[in-house]
Write a protein that binds this ligand. Structure first.
Ligand code: ZN
Length: 468
Protein backbone atom coordinates (compact mmCIF):
# COMPACT_ATOMS: atom_id res chain seq x y z
CA UNK A 1 0.00 0.00 0.00
CA UNK A 2 1.15 3.56 -0.54
CA UNK A 3 2.86 5.11 2.44
CA UNK A 4 1.03 8.34 3.28
CA UNK A 5 3.02 11.10 4.83
CA UNK A 6 0.67 12.65 7.32
CA UNK A 7 0.96 15.73 9.48
CA UNK A 8 2.10 15.29 13.05
CA UNK A 9 -0.43 14.27 15.66
CA UNK A 10 -1.47 16.99 18.11
CA UNK A 11 -1.69 14.38 20.85
CA UNK A 12 2.07 14.13 20.82
CA UNK A 13 2.57 17.74 21.94
CA UNK A 14 4.10 17.47 25.42
CA UNK A 15 3.06 19.54 28.45
CA UNK A 16 6.21 21.59 28.70
CA UNK A 17 5.82 22.70 25.15
CA UNK A 18 5.87 26.51 25.01
CA UNK A 19 3.57 28.65 22.92
CA UNK A 20 5.97 29.65 20.17
CA UNK A 21 6.62 26.07 19.18
CA UNK A 22 3.01 25.12 19.53
CA UNK A 23 2.08 27.90 17.16
CA UNK A 24 4.74 26.75 14.71
CA UNK A 25 3.50 23.19 14.69
CA UNK A 26 -0.14 24.24 14.41
CA UNK A 27 0.81 26.46 11.47
CA UNK A 28 2.64 23.51 9.91
CA UNK A 29 -0.41 21.36 10.28
CA UNK A 30 -2.66 23.96 8.72
CA UNK A 31 -0.23 24.46 5.86
CA UNK A 32 -0.07 20.75 5.24
CA UNK A 33 -3.80 20.31 5.63
CA UNK A 34 -4.50 22.99 3.06
CA UNK A 35 -1.73 21.73 0.77
CA UNK A 36 -2.81 18.13 0.93
CA UNK A 37 -6.56 18.78 1.18
CA UNK A 38 -8.50 15.96 2.83
CA UNK A 39 -5.29 14.06 3.56
CA UNK A 40 -4.46 13.73 -0.13
CA UNK A 41 -0.84 14.46 -1.01
CA UNK A 42 -0.45 17.38 -3.39
CA UNK A 43 0.06 16.26 -6.98
CA UNK A 44 1.60 18.37 -9.70
CA UNK A 45 -0.98 18.60 -12.54
CA UNK A 46 1.79 18.75 -15.15
CA UNK A 47 3.22 15.44 -13.91
CA UNK A 48 -0.24 13.87 -13.70
CA UNK A 49 -0.78 14.79 -17.34
CA UNK A 50 2.58 13.34 -18.40
CA UNK A 51 1.90 10.12 -16.49
CA UNK A 52 -1.34 9.68 -18.44
CA UNK A 53 0.58 9.93 -21.71
CA UNK A 54 2.53 6.72 -21.04
CA UNK A 55 1.12 4.39 -23.65
CA UNK A 56 1.26 0.56 -23.66
CA UNK A 57 0.97 0.47 -27.47
CA UNK A 58 3.93 2.77 -27.82
CA UNK A 59 5.91 0.56 -25.40
CA UNK A 60 4.85 -2.55 -27.34
CA UNK A 61 6.05 -1.05 -30.62
CA UNK A 62 9.52 -0.41 -29.12
CA UNK A 63 9.88 -3.97 -27.82
CA UNK A 64 8.61 -5.46 -31.08
CA UNK A 65 11.26 -3.50 -32.94
CA UNK A 66 14.07 -4.42 -30.53
CA UNK A 67 13.17 -8.12 -30.77
CA UNK A 68 13.17 -7.84 -34.58
CA UNK A 69 16.95 -7.38 -34.59
CA UNK A 70 17.27 -11.12 -33.96
CA UNK A 71 20.06 -10.79 -31.44
CA UNK A 72 21.41 -7.78 -29.59
CA UNK A 73 24.34 -9.63 -28.07
CA UNK A 74 27.16 -7.12 -27.52
CA UNK A 75 29.53 -9.27 -29.62
CA UNK A 76 27.04 -9.55 -32.52
CA UNK A 77 27.41 -7.86 -35.89
CA UNK A 78 27.66 -4.07 -36.16
CA UNK A 79 27.61 -4.09 -39.96
CA UNK A 80 24.24 -5.63 -40.79
CA UNK A 81 21.56 -2.92 -41.18
CA UNK A 82 18.80 -5.18 -39.85
CA UNK A 83 20.38 -7.60 -37.39
CA UNK A 84 22.59 -7.35 -34.32
CA UNK A 85 23.62 -4.77 -31.74
CA UNK A 86 24.79 -2.24 -34.36
CA UNK A 87 21.39 -2.05 -36.06
CA UNK A 88 19.64 -1.99 -32.69
CA UNK A 89 21.60 0.95 -31.34
CA UNK A 90 21.22 2.88 -34.61
CA UNK A 91 17.47 2.41 -34.29
CA UNK A 92 17.43 3.66 -30.66
CA UNK A 93 19.42 6.69 -31.82
CA UNK A 94 16.86 7.32 -34.60
CA UNK A 95 14.03 7.25 -32.02
CA UNK A 96 15.83 9.73 -29.78
CA UNK A 97 16.42 11.96 -32.82
CA UNK A 98 12.72 11.72 -33.69
CA UNK A 99 11.81 12.87 -30.15
CA UNK A 100 14.41 15.64 -30.39
CA UNK A 101 12.31 17.39 -33.03
CA UNK A 102 9.65 18.22 -30.44
CA UNK A 103 12.12 19.42 -27.81
CA UNK A 104 12.98 22.85 -29.16
CA UNK A 105 16.59 21.81 -29.62
CA UNK A 106 17.09 20.76 -26.00
CA UNK A 107 17.26 16.98 -26.60
CA UNK A 108 20.43 15.78 -28.29
CA UNK A 109 21.52 12.20 -28.83
CA UNK A 110 24.59 10.26 -29.87
CA UNK A 111 26.23 6.87 -29.59
CA UNK A 112 29.01 7.14 -27.05
CA UNK A 113 31.63 4.58 -28.10
CA UNK A 114 34.78 3.13 -26.64
CA UNK A 115 37.08 0.38 -27.87
CA UNK A 116 37.73 -2.49 -25.47
CA UNK A 117 40.44 -5.12 -25.62
CA UNK A 118 39.60 -8.82 -25.19
CA UNK A 119 39.40 -9.61 -21.47
CA UNK A 120 39.77 -13.39 -21.60
CA UNK A 121 36.33 -13.76 -20.06
CA UNK A 122 33.29 -12.42 -21.88
CA UNK A 123 35.00 -10.34 -24.56
CA UNK A 124 37.07 -12.48 -26.96
CA UNK A 125 37.99 -9.94 -29.64
CA UNK A 126 38.49 -6.21 -30.05
CA UNK A 127 35.12 -4.62 -29.28
CA UNK A 128 33.58 -1.29 -30.26
CA UNK A 129 31.16 -0.73 -27.42
CA UNK A 130 28.41 1.89 -27.76
CA UNK A 131 25.89 3.37 -25.30
CA UNK A 132 23.03 5.29 -26.88
CA UNK A 133 22.71 8.51 -24.87
CA UNK A 134 20.09 11.27 -25.12
CA UNK A 135 20.43 14.41 -23.02
CA UNK A 136 17.54 16.77 -22.28
CA UNK A 137 19.37 19.90 -21.22
CA UNK A 138 17.95 21.78 -18.23
CA UNK A 139 16.75 25.33 -18.78
CA UNK A 140 18.43 26.80 -15.70
CA UNK A 141 22.08 27.39 -16.67
CA UNK A 142 23.03 27.58 -12.97
CA UNK A 143 21.55 24.14 -12.25
CA UNK A 144 24.05 21.38 -13.08
CA UNK A 145 22.09 18.50 -11.53
CA UNK A 146 21.69 15.37 -13.67
CA UNK A 147 19.05 12.65 -13.31
CA UNK A 148 19.53 9.44 -15.31
CA UNK A 149 17.18 6.68 -16.46
CA UNK A 150 18.78 3.57 -17.93
CA UNK A 151 18.17 0.12 -19.40
CA UNK A 152 20.48 -2.25 -21.31
CA UNK A 153 20.05 -2.83 -25.01
CA UNK A 154 22.23 -5.94 -25.23
CA UNK A 155 21.01 -9.42 -24.36
CA UNK A 156 22.14 -13.05 -24.26
CA UNK A 157 21.17 -16.65 -24.93
CA UNK A 158 22.15 -19.52 -22.64
CA UNK A 159 25.76 -18.81 -23.62
CA UNK A 160 26.77 -15.18 -23.27
CA UNK A 161 29.33 -15.76 -26.05
CA UNK A 162 26.70 -16.82 -28.61
CA UNK A 163 26.55 -13.82 -30.88
CA UNK A 164 24.93 -15.48 -33.87
CA UNK A 165 21.65 -17.13 -32.99
CA UNK A 166 18.35 -15.51 -32.06
CA UNK A 167 17.94 -14.00 -28.60
CA UNK A 168 14.72 -11.99 -28.28
CA UNK A 169 15.52 -10.35 -24.91
CA UNK A 170 12.02 -8.92 -24.66
CA UNK A 171 12.05 -8.60 -20.89
CA UNK A 172 15.83 -8.60 -20.31
CA UNK A 173 16.10 -5.87 -21.15
CA UNK A 174 13.99 -4.49 -23.98
CA UNK A 175 11.47 -3.76 -21.19
CA UNK A 176 13.92 -1.38 -19.49
CA UNK A 177 14.93 0.21 -22.80
CA UNK A 178 11.25 0.71 -23.69
CA UNK A 179 10.81 2.59 -20.41
CA UNK A 180 13.82 4.75 -21.32
CA UNK A 181 12.39 5.52 -24.78
CA UNK A 182 8.85 6.21 -23.59
CA UNK A 183 9.97 8.57 -20.83
CA UNK A 184 12.22 10.36 -23.38
CA UNK A 185 9.28 10.68 -25.79
CA UNK A 186 7.08 12.34 -23.19
CA UNK A 187 9.54 14.34 -21.09
CA UNK A 188 11.35 15.87 -24.09
CA UNK A 189 8.23 17.96 -24.79
CA UNK A 190 8.63 19.66 -21.41
CA UNK A 191 11.12 21.99 -19.80
CA UNK A 192 12.93 21.28 -16.56
CA UNK A 193 15.49 23.31 -14.61
CA UNK A 194 17.79 20.27 -14.24
CA UNK A 195 19.17 17.93 -16.92
CA UNK A 196 17.81 14.46 -17.73
CA UNK A 197 19.86 11.73 -19.39
CA UNK A 198 18.23 8.75 -21.11
CA UNK A 199 20.62 5.90 -21.80
CA UNK A 200 20.53 2.38 -23.21
CA UNK A 201 23.76 0.62 -22.25
CA UNK A 202 25.62 -2.08 -24.14
CA UNK A 203 27.79 -4.79 -22.63
CA UNK A 204 25.67 -5.37 -19.52
CA UNK A 205 25.69 -9.13 -19.98
CA UNK A 206 29.40 -9.02 -20.82
CA UNK A 207 30.14 -7.52 -17.38
CA UNK A 208 28.47 -4.09 -16.97
CA UNK A 209 30.83 -2.67 -19.59
CA UNK A 210 28.69 0.22 -20.86
CA UNK A 211 27.62 1.43 -17.43
CA UNK A 212 31.22 1.25 -16.18
CA UNK A 213 32.24 3.37 -19.16
CA UNK A 214 29.63 6.06 -18.41
CA UNK A 215 30.06 6.01 -14.61
CA UNK A 216 33.83 6.39 -14.93
CA UNK A 217 33.41 9.28 -17.35
CA UNK A 218 30.94 10.90 -14.91
CA UNK A 219 33.40 10.53 -12.04
CA UNK A 220 36.34 11.93 -13.99
CA UNK A 221 34.33 14.86 -15.33
CA UNK A 222 32.61 15.53 -11.98
CA UNK A 223 29.06 15.21 -13.27
CA UNK A 224 26.59 16.25 -10.60
CA UNK A 225 24.45 13.08 -10.83
CA UNK A 226 21.83 13.07 -8.07
CA UNK A 227 20.00 9.91 -9.13
CA UNK A 228 20.27 6.92 -11.46
CA UNK A 229 17.09 4.90 -12.06
CA UNK A 230 18.16 1.62 -13.65
CA UNK A 231 15.46 -0.56 -15.21
CA UNK A 232 16.28 -4.19 -15.86
CA UNK A 233 13.69 -6.98 -16.25
CA UNK A 234 10.51 -5.16 -15.34
CA UNK A 235 7.84 -6.15 -17.88
CA UNK A 236 6.38 -9.42 -16.67
CA UNK A 237 5.73 -10.24 -13.05
CA UNK A 238 5.41 -14.00 -13.35
CA UNK A 239 7.30 -16.51 -11.22
CA UNK A 240 8.07 -19.84 -12.90
CA UNK A 241 7.82 -21.83 -9.65
CA UNK A 242 4.85 -20.36 -7.84
CA UNK A 243 2.96 -19.10 -10.89
CA UNK A 244 2.23 -15.82 -9.17
CA UNK A 245 0.92 -13.34 -11.69
CA UNK A 246 0.57 -9.99 -10.02
CA UNK A 247 1.03 -6.73 -11.84
CA UNK A 248 0.79 -4.50 -8.78
CA UNK A 249 4.31 -4.75 -7.37
CA UNK A 250 7.81 -3.80 -8.51
CA UNK A 251 11.03 -4.03 -6.49
CA UNK A 252 13.51 -1.23 -5.98
CA UNK A 253 16.94 -2.48 -4.91
CA UNK A 254 19.25 -0.10 -3.03
CA UNK A 255 22.52 -0.58 -1.20
CA UNK A 256 22.72 -0.36 2.61
CA UNK A 257 26.27 0.37 3.71
CA UNK A 258 27.94 2.42 1.00
CA UNK A 259 30.31 0.68 -1.39
CA UNK A 260 32.07 4.01 -1.87
CA UNK A 261 34.54 5.14 0.81
CA UNK A 262 32.99 2.98 3.52
CA UNK A 263 36.24 3.09 5.46
CA UNK A 264 35.93 6.87 5.81
CA UNK A 265 32.26 6.78 6.72
CA UNK A 266 32.01 3.69 8.93
CA UNK A 267 32.61 5.42 12.28
CA UNK A 268 29.97 8.08 11.66
CA UNK A 269 27.47 5.52 10.40
CA UNK A 270 28.06 3.37 13.49
CA UNK A 271 27.79 6.29 15.91
CA UNK A 272 24.64 7.77 14.40
CA UNK A 273 22.92 4.54 13.39
CA UNK A 274 22.51 5.75 9.82
CA UNK A 275 23.19 2.42 8.12
CA UNK A 276 19.73 2.68 6.57
CA UNK A 277 20.11 6.28 5.38
CA UNK A 278 22.69 6.11 2.60
CA UNK A 279 22.18 8.04 -0.64
CA UNK A 280 20.77 5.15 -2.62
CA UNK A 281 18.45 4.09 0.21
CA UNK A 282 17.17 7.69 0.42
CA UNK A 283 16.59 7.60 -3.31
CA UNK A 284 14.68 4.31 -2.98
CA UNK A 285 12.46 5.86 -0.30
CA UNK A 286 11.84 8.84 -2.55
CA UNK A 287 10.94 6.77 -5.62
CA UNK A 288 8.56 4.63 -3.60
CA UNK A 289 6.69 7.61 -2.21
CA UNK A 290 6.63 9.60 -5.44
CA UNK A 291 5.86 6.61 -7.68
CA UNK A 292 2.94 5.49 -5.54
CA UNK A 293 1.63 9.06 -5.39
CA UNK A 294 1.27 9.29 -9.16
CA UNK A 295 0.65 5.69 -10.29
CA UNK A 296 -2.45 3.92 -8.93
CA UNK A 297 -2.39 0.17 -8.27
CA UNK A 298 1.37 -0.05 -8.06
CA UNK A 299 3.39 -0.78 -4.94
CA UNK A 300 7.11 -0.05 -5.06
CA UNK A 301 8.65 -2.62 -2.72
CA UNK A 302 11.95 -1.59 -1.18
CA UNK A 303 14.51 -4.37 -1.03
CA UNK A 304 17.35 -3.70 1.38
CA UNK A 305 20.18 -4.96 -0.80
CA UNK A 306 22.02 -3.61 -3.82
CA UNK A 307 20.96 -6.45 -6.13
CA UNK A 308 19.79 -10.05 -6.18
CA UNK A 309 22.12 -12.94 -5.19
CA UNK A 310 24.92 -13.45 -7.72
CA UNK A 311 23.36 -10.97 -10.13
CA UNK A 312 24.61 -7.61 -11.34
CA UNK A 313 23.12 -4.47 -12.80
CA UNK A 314 24.05 -1.19 -14.44
CA UNK A 315 23.31 0.86 -11.30
CA UNK A 316 26.27 -0.74 -9.51
CA UNK A 317 29.16 1.05 -11.32
CA UNK A 318 27.48 4.33 -10.28
CA UNK A 319 26.98 3.16 -6.68
CA UNK A 320 30.65 2.14 -6.53
CA UNK A 321 31.68 5.68 -7.49
CA UNK A 322 29.55 7.42 -4.85
CA UNK A 323 26.42 8.24 -6.88
CA UNK A 324 22.88 7.45 -5.70
CA UNK A 325 21.61 4.67 -7.94
CA UNK A 326 18.85 2.05 -7.66
CA UNK A 327 17.61 -0.90 -9.66
CA UNK A 328 14.00 -1.64 -10.62
CA UNK A 329 13.09 -5.27 -11.29
CA UNK A 330 9.77 -7.11 -11.36
CA UNK A 331 8.64 -8.71 -8.10
CA UNK A 332 8.82 -12.36 -9.23
CA UNK A 333 11.20 -13.37 -11.99
CA UNK A 334 10.73 -16.21 -14.42
CA UNK A 335 14.00 -18.07 -14.94
CA UNK A 336 12.72 -20.21 -17.80
CA UNK A 337 12.70 -17.00 -19.82
CA UNK A 338 15.94 -15.29 -18.80
CA UNK A 339 19.22 -16.05 -20.54
CA UNK A 340 17.67 -19.05 -22.28
CA UNK A 341 17.84 -20.36 -25.83
CA UNK A 342 14.34 -20.29 -27.29
CA UNK A 343 13.13 -23.91 -27.20
CA UNK A 344 10.45 -26.25 -25.90
CA UNK A 345 11.60 -28.83 -23.37
CA UNK A 346 9.22 -31.25 -21.63
CA UNK A 347 6.32 -29.08 -22.78
CA UNK A 348 7.89 -25.96 -21.22
CA UNK A 349 8.55 -22.99 -23.50
CA UNK A 350 11.92 -21.43 -22.75
CA UNK A 351 13.14 -18.04 -23.98
CA UNK A 352 12.61 -14.33 -23.40
CA UNK A 353 9.70 -13.92 -25.82
CA UNK A 354 7.56 -10.83 -26.32
CA UNK A 355 4.43 -12.99 -25.79
CA UNK A 356 5.16 -12.92 -22.05
CA UNK A 357 5.33 -9.16 -21.63
CA UNK A 358 2.48 -7.64 -19.63
CA UNK A 359 2.18 -4.25 -21.28
CA UNK A 360 -0.15 -2.80 -18.66
CA UNK A 361 2.36 -3.71 -15.94
CA UNK A 362 5.18 -2.19 -17.98
CA UNK A 363 3.08 0.94 -18.54
CA UNK A 364 2.74 1.40 -14.78
CA UNK A 365 6.43 0.80 -14.16
CA UNK A 366 7.34 3.28 -16.89
CA UNK A 367 4.92 5.84 -15.44
CA UNK A 368 6.52 5.35 -12.01
CA UNK A 369 9.94 6.15 -13.52
CA UNK A 370 8.53 9.15 -15.36
CA UNK A 371 6.83 10.62 -12.28
CA UNK A 372 10.10 10.38 -10.38
CA UNK A 373 12.25 11.89 -13.13
CA UNK A 374 9.83 14.78 -13.62
CA UNK A 375 9.44 15.45 -9.90
CA UNK A 376 13.21 15.42 -9.40
CA UNK A 377 14.02 17.53 -12.46
CA UNK A 378 11.39 20.13 -11.49
CA UNK A 379 12.43 20.28 -7.83
CA UNK A 380 14.64 22.93 -6.26
CA UNK A 381 18.06 21.70 -5.18
CA UNK A 382 18.59 19.89 -1.89
CA UNK A 383 18.99 22.11 1.17
CA UNK A 384 22.63 22.72 2.11
CA UNK A 385 24.47 22.23 5.38
CA UNK A 386 21.59 20.46 7.10
CA UNK A 387 22.47 20.29 10.79
CA UNK A 388 20.96 18.85 13.92
CA UNK A 389 21.88 20.54 17.18
CA UNK A 390 23.30 17.99 19.61
CA UNK A 391 25.12 20.05 22.25
CA UNK A 392 22.21 20.65 24.61
CA UNK A 393 20.58 17.82 26.52
CA UNK A 394 16.97 18.30 25.53
CA UNK A 395 13.90 16.38 24.47
CA UNK A 396 13.42 18.77 21.57
CA UNK A 397 14.99 18.54 18.12
CA UNK A 398 16.53 21.59 16.49
CA UNK A 399 17.36 21.48 12.80
CA UNK A 400 18.83 24.18 10.60
CA UNK A 401 19.95 24.36 6.98
CA UNK A 402 20.80 26.74 4.17
CA UNK A 403 18.79 27.47 1.04
CA UNK A 404 19.65 25.27 -1.96
CA UNK A 405 22.10 26.27 -4.65
CA UNK A 406 19.48 25.81 -7.37
CA UNK A 407 15.92 27.05 -7.74
CA UNK A 408 13.66 29.02 -5.45
CA UNK A 409 11.85 26.69 -3.06
CA UNK A 410 8.49 27.60 -1.61
CA UNK A 411 9.80 26.07 1.58
CA UNK A 412 11.10 22.90 3.15
CA UNK A 413 9.78 19.65 4.55
CA UNK A 414 11.37 18.25 7.66
CA UNK A 415 10.86 14.49 7.38
CA UNK A 416 10.66 12.25 10.41
CA UNK A 417 10.37 8.53 11.08
CA UNK A 418 10.72 6.07 13.94
CA UNK A 419 14.20 4.53 13.98
CA UNK A 420 12.64 1.17 13.08
CA UNK A 421 10.44 2.51 10.27
CA UNK A 422 11.35 1.96 6.61
CA UNK A 423 9.62 5.09 5.25
CA UNK A 424 9.26 8.70 6.31
CA UNK A 425 6.15 8.86 8.49
CA UNK A 426 5.57 12.55 9.18
CA UNK A 427 6.54 15.76 7.55
CA UNK A 428 6.49 19.37 8.70
CA UNK A 429 6.42 22.30 6.32
CA UNK A 430 8.25 25.52 7.00
CA UNK A 431 9.34 28.44 4.84
CA UNK A 432 12.11 29.14 7.35
CA UNK A 433 15.55 27.53 7.31
CA UNK A 434 15.27 26.10 10.79
CA UNK A 435 12.74 24.19 12.81
CA UNK A 436 12.37 23.12 16.40
CA UNK A 437 10.24 20.05 16.98
CA UNK A 438 8.81 18.58 20.18
CA UNK A 439 10.35 15.18 19.52
CA UNK A 440 13.60 13.88 20.91
CA UNK A 441 16.40 13.69 18.34
CA UNK A 442 17.47 10.44 20.01
CA UNK A 443 14.19 8.69 19.22
CA UNK A 444 13.69 9.45 15.52
CA UNK A 445 15.49 9.92 12.24
CA UNK A 446 15.15 13.25 10.46
CA UNK A 447 15.89 14.67 7.01
CA UNK A 448 15.12 17.89 5.15
CA UNK A 449 14.02 18.41 1.56
CA UNK A 450 13.24 21.54 -0.47
CA UNK A 451 9.84 21.83 -2.12
CA UNK A 452 8.65 23.96 -5.04
CA UNK A 453 5.33 25.78 -5.41
CA UNK A 454 4.05 22.87 -7.54
CA UNK A 455 4.95 20.39 -4.77
CA UNK A 456 8.10 18.95 -6.37
CA UNK A 457 10.43 17.77 -3.62
CA UNK A 458 14.20 17.51 -3.79
CA UNK A 459 15.89 14.39 -2.52
CA UNK A 460 16.07 14.26 1.27
CA UNK A 461 19.25 15.32 3.03
CA UNK A 462 20.03 13.85 6.43
CA UNK A 463 21.50 16.20 9.04
CA UNK A 464 25.02 16.13 10.40
CA UNK A 465 25.47 16.71 14.15
CA UNK A 466 26.34 20.30 15.07
CA UNK A 467 27.86 21.02 18.46
CA UNK A 468 27.24 24.75 18.40
ZN1 ZN B 1 19.42 -7.56 -17.59
Amino acid sequence: MPCPLVPCALTLVPNFFHMKNLLLIVLSIFTLASAFGQNIILKDPEIEKMVKEVNPDSIKSYITKMVSFGTRNTLSTQKDPKRGIGAARNWVLSKFNEFAKQSGGRLTAFIDTTTLQPDGRRVDSLLLLGNVVATLKGIDPADDRIFIISGHLDNMRTSVMDRVNDAPGANDDASGCAAVLETARILSKHQFPATLIFVTFSGEEQGLLGSNFMAEKARKENWNIEAVLNNDIMGSNNSNETFIIDNTKIRVFSEGLPAFELDKKATTIRNLGTENDGMSRQLARYVKETGERYVPHLEVVMIYRNDRYLRGGDHTPFVQRGFAAVRFTEMNENYTRQHQDVRVEKSVQYGDLIDYIDFEYLRKNTAMNLANLANLAKSPGKPNEVKIEVRRLTNMTNLSWKAPKYGKPKGFYVLMRETTAPHWEKKFFTSDTQLELPYSKDNYFFAVQSVSTDGNESLAEIPVPARQ
